[in-house]
Design a binder for this molecule. Sequence first.
Ligand SMILES: NC(=O)c1ccc[n+]([C@@H]2O[C@H](COP(=O)([O-])OP(=O)(O)OC[C@H]3O[C@@H](n4cnc5c(N)ncnc54)[C@H](O)[C@@H]3O)[C@@H](O)[C@H]2O)c1
Length: 717
Amino acid sequence: MTYENFHFELNDEGVATVLIDRADESMNTLGVALITELADVVGRLEQDDVKAVVIGSAKRDFLAGADIRMFAGMVTADAVVEGLTAIHAIFDRIEALHTDAGKPVVAAIHGVCLGGGLELALACSSRICSNSTKTQLGQPEVQLGLIPAAGGTQRLPKLIGLAAGLEMIVGGKPVRSFKAKKLGLVDEVTPPEVLLDVARKRALEAIDAEPAERVIALNVSPDNLQKLALEKNPAGRKVLFKKAYEMMMKQSGGHYPAPKRAIEAIRIGAEDGRAAGVAAEIRFFAELVLTPEARALQSIFFANLALKADTGIDSDAEPKEIENVAVLGGGLMGGGIAAVTTFKAEKTVRIKEIDNAGVGRGLAYVNKFVSKQAKRRRMSPFEIDRFLNRVTGSATWEGFTNTDIVIEAVFEDLDLKHSIVKDVEAVVGEDTIFASNTSTLPITAIAKASKRPEQVIGMHYFSPVEKMPLLEVITTDKTADWVTATAVKLGKEQGKTVIVVNDGTGFYTSRLLGPYLNEAAFLLEEGASVEAIDMAMTAWGFPIGPLLLTDEVGIDVGAHVAVILQGAFGDRMKGPDMMAGLLEDDRKGRKNGRGFYLYTDGKRGDVDATVYAPLGLGPRVPVSKKDVTERLYLAFINEAALCLQEGILRSARDGDIGAVFGLGYPPFRGGPFWTVDEMGADVVVAKLEALEARFGDRFTPAAILRDHAKSGEKFRG
Ligand SMILES: NC(=O)c1ccc[n+]([C@@H]2O[C@H](COP(=O)([O-])OP(=O)(O)OC[C@H]3O[C@@H](n4cnc5c(N)ncnc54)[C@H](O)[C@@H]3O)[C@@H](O)[C@H]2O)c1
């Protein structure tokens, strides 16, 4: 029997091996054709000659989940319910192979096993996964504004317990092999090379075992047993669901309908039984898939996917092969860049600092990061050394001759950057790329000191580098395509989502912060409290408010950037003069424990009520939350539109990704351009014009917004 999307093989002992191999795609995902054919495959497995089953993959990954493009075609909730019911029926038949027909079904998992992929594995009688770091199991649906709806909300908590099930489904974070084993999600972990053999062996062994023994191992630690006991009693369950709900509200601010629905579906299953739970998960999914939040989150998912495939250039210039990377400056940013370059991109890294103490700081940063990862991934001392041996440091220019790319992260000072460019060019080869991690200085200005300006580029990382997903690559008129392609490729290897923007003061991301933070300062000047301003924006969906953000970035850094932006853009970017009072009062924000908020031993407390005096401000007055919110988000959106209009941004898509991944713009709003499309450009322009009438030029709508308002054209299509 041959299939389009599966390989089927039955051995002499009656063990069938089914390998998923989606036709015409490099990744296994559950699309309509594959699901339809899976029903035929299951029909074959139901025949008497099959005694046991192993389900694995013929591709690099097991199964990445549902092909979410499939849902775009389902425009009504009824169509979604119909589609999901069909998937349930197939997964139930896989389950019946072992529960009714007594045939063990072992999922052999290597690589990504997410969403519908994990739900398929959960319908099997046992799961074995490879110990590869590429192996991940999870239910990440909430990240797309959805919930697992092929049985995941029911089978997963049943298998690993309510607490762990809630955590995986509501948090949406996948787990790696050893964590999966600890949770009881998989029964065994093997090297990838023997995965299928072990799975077949276990399937064969389980044929004659009693049903209870068919599950290879229960993996339940005494600690877990205690938790499971708690889950069996209604009062214990109530506590658990309450806690999960509180945690979810804290993490999501209540902006996301999906995690709420996930908890509800799990609760219904736990209280009223599986049939009720299944009906709930299908109903909730059908409702969620049509929400604006799910559409916004999916737009981000697709934009991110598109950027993964984007070389960053229009020509077919080839990126340079990178082996040796030098990082100048081992501070906060340099340390982070060195860490991801060795650990994720697996390159050789040399850190250059002004003295040995600086080198030590940089190396310590890398060490700390690698040790943390090593613990999480259970890496052997040999593997740890493999990473650490690749990083060296020096206070001299020794050992730079074969550097492929230099990334500088020294202090933000144009003269210093100029002297660094010259120093570097004196010691490196002709084709070495010079990348700057400056946050505001135009790359064109930095390149002025270079003999080879076509090899100068911006690589703007965000702090903390190892956590923040964005890299903004900045090109000048002179930057060569091969240089851009190389920076983009390296950024992706470092695990980043990369957008390429054209040079200009503040590029895209730093520039957006100018009007946004200024507006917060104007509101403060007019009498709004720090709490009112920050809470308005967290209520709108930002992770932190603009004044806390100023504390985090550093009030001194903010002031420095403000001067640069004002110099480039004029009075439109000018904030109130009073902010200088903060620096006179030695308030630099979190770094010196003095800012808009109180800090004790590095821990942030409430707003510092004494912050108004150095600003020369009196008692606070009540303000309209709506007014505060609109002024802030519209200042942000209008600047994003100007960046597109001026060609700083290559596309609205990049603008949305930059704002969400770099600046914490609420993902469920899809990014500034997605927000304009959702609200209607005419509505946005009318609001901006009303603000322009009150406050002047700084709210003059970008011409591109007016054009879209007139034509009705959407930014994101
Ligand atoms: N901190 C952020 O959030 C952030 C974000 C994006 C970009 N940046 C930019 O990154 C750069 C570095 O910022 P940071 O926060 O890491 O600063 P930092 O003060 O933590 O580190 C700078 C390091 O550069 C070293 N240094 C100074 N002169 C040097 C020289 N001539 N050769 C070698 N090393 C030298 C210093 O010893 C220091 O360790 C700046 O341009 C900054 O604007 C910072």
